[in-house]
Design a protein around this ligand. Structure first.
Ligand code: SF4
Length: 277
């Protein structure tokens, strides 16, 4: 567990200086509008930045405000979500829009909204209102863990380190900087320690990283592919007879997964025809 006595000296100032020169210019960092920040954080939960960039612009072009999203049909929201994957995220955003008139400032209240969770609530509160809350995504766990512990930290460890090291009056910049360092320098394989602003205080510097590659089960991967095929077919073709839909997807898992998607509210089946809700 993290011991504040091991606090790396000078890490905060070094990181913030590096970020001022090398930070990524991303559209969701140019706004403090809570809804836009929320959309970006939900999209980034399971999708790399490069794929989120066009989807973010497209989605906000279609639903520029929480009110616009509230008025939309879920089916249209799923179409705008497109092939970004994990469409439950789009469903949850839609549910959020229908459950509140505006997004609460308090991370605990944000956390209670559909599909948000502690990480996203903290990130939105920090990036929108500058709340000095500690949180850790994969990049932050890796950077803070390597610097202080010599290995990737657990989420709990990383949050404890973050709470201790954070630049409290610049919490948003601090977290963006950690994320960017993790995405561009302190990458999981072959970190570029020679270009790292945290080289001096880092416990893990120069070590051959042995990344813990978490392979997703082949079964789950395959399920996701088939779920994606069902949703894509409905987005592109519109309502279809269930038999036709299953024939197009052509996978033995399709009937089970179609039922799962229906029970999750991501499609409807009426009189033998499947459609987006
Ligand atoms: S010195 Fe290397 S291991 Fe340490 S934070 Fe920088 S890139 Fe990561």
């Amino acid at each position: 567990m993290y011991n504040a006595a091991a606090r790396p000296q000078g890490a905060r100032a070094r990181l913030l200086r590096w970020y001022a020169r090398h930070g990524r210019d991303l559209p969701w960092r140019r706004t403090r509008e809570p809804y836009r920040v929320l959309v970006s954080e939900v999209m980034l939960q399971q999708t790399p930045v490069a794929r989120v960039l066009p989807a973010y612009e497209r989605f906000l072009g279609r639903f520029p405000t929480l009110a616009a999203l509230r008025r939309a049909r879920l089916g249209d929201v799923l179409v705008a979500w497109g092939g970004l994957g994990y469409p439950r995220r789009a469903r949850d955003l839609h549910r959020v829009a229908r459950s509140v008139r505006s997004l609460p400032r308090d991370p605990a209240a944000l956390d209670l909204l559909p599909g948000i969770g502690r990480y996203t609530a903290s990130a939105v509160a920090c990036f929108t209102w500058g709340a000095p809350v500690a949180f850790a995504d994969t990049n932050i766990r890796r950077v803070l863990g390597r610097v202080v512990l010599g290995r990737t930290a657990t989420e709990r460890e990383a949050i404890a380190i973050d709470a201790d090291l954070m630049a409290r009056r610049r919490a948003d910049t601090w977290h963006h900087a950690l994320m960017d360092l993790g995405a561009t320098i302190c990458v999981s394989r072959a970190p570029r320690c020679d270009r790292c602003p945290l080289f001096d205080p880092c416990v893990a510097k120069g070590r051959d990283a042995a990344p813990a590659v978490r392979r997703q089960a082949a079964f789950a991967t395959s399920d996701r592919r088939v779920r994606g095929a069902i949703m894509r077919t409905l987005r592109e073709r519109g309502p279809l007879a269930v038999d036709q839909l299953l024939a197009r997807v052509a996978d033995a898992r399709a009937p089970r997964l179609l039922e799962a998607l229906r029970s999750e509210g991501l499609l409807v089946v009426r009189r033998g025809r499947a459609a987006l809700p």
